[in-house]
Design a protein around this ligand. Structure first.
Ligand code: AMP
Length: 197
């Protein structure tokens, strides 16, 4: 197996959501990773959008790295078809490993688990724990209300523009993925996660 050209960490719902557009975009992201010869790093489950993105990545010839806490192996249906499946002791270990294995992060629609992971990757970047791009794929306006709230937070001076500048949002999967990849190639590394987490 050739070395993957990049490694993308995808955060997304363990449920499929209510609109067919969500699964369609998860499929598009997986296909993009596979066609570019990349690697998916994700939570290692087969349920919801998580399963969809992993299946699409593999079907398009990409590599799949799943990382799942042992307590969730049954609940999230651990993906034994992953090229690498890491069953780790804790959620913290999962998230640290996902962060270390990624060149960039992207959040697709999802619930509180997805949001928590997105905000963690973003705040890690703000703290200088890594300098890897972070993206929000805003499918069918799913994240409109969150983005409006974040703009409100800037307006109310609880956040600076520079912090908003550490995350990129967009609705076109290929355009956002390419922008994240280009950004990660412009300033690779800067990863201190192994030391600080
Ligand atoms: P969700 O978006 O709630 O469907 O969850 C998506 C993924 O986030 C699942 O694989 C969850 O296990 C994971 N996750 C990560 N951190 C957390 C957390 N603190 N609470 C709940 N789920 C989490």
């Amino acid at each position: 197996m050739t070395t993957p050209s990049f490694s993308l960490c995808v955060y997304c719902g363990s449920r499929p959501g209510d609109k067919p557009g969500y699964a369609a975009v998860a499929t598009a992201v997986g296909q993009w990773i596979g066609r570019q010869g990349g690697q998916l790093v994700y939570g290692g489950g087969r349920t919801g959008l998580m399963g969809t993105v992993a299946e699409a990545t593999r079907a398009a010839g990409g590599r799949v790295v799943g990382i799942i806490p042992k307590a969730l192996v049954d609940m999230e249906l651990a993906n034994r078809l992953s090229d690498e499946l890491h069953v780790v002791d804790t959620m913290h270990e999962r998230k640290a490993m996902m962060g270390e294995r990624a060149d960039a992060f992207i959040a697709l629609p999802g619930g509180i688990g997805t949001l928590e992971e997105l905000f963690e990757a973003w705040t890690w970047r703000q703290l200088g724990y890594h300098d890897k791009p972070v993206g929000i794929l805003n499918v069918d306006g799913y994240y409109d209300a969150l983005l409006a709230f974040l703009a409100h937070s800037v307006q109310e001076k609880f956040m600076g523009d520079w912090q908003m500048g550490l995350v990129r949002s967009g609705s076109d999967p290929a355009a956002l993925l390419q922008a994240l990849l280009d950004e990660s190639r412009r300033h690779p590394g800067g990863d201190k996660l192994a030391q600080v987490l």
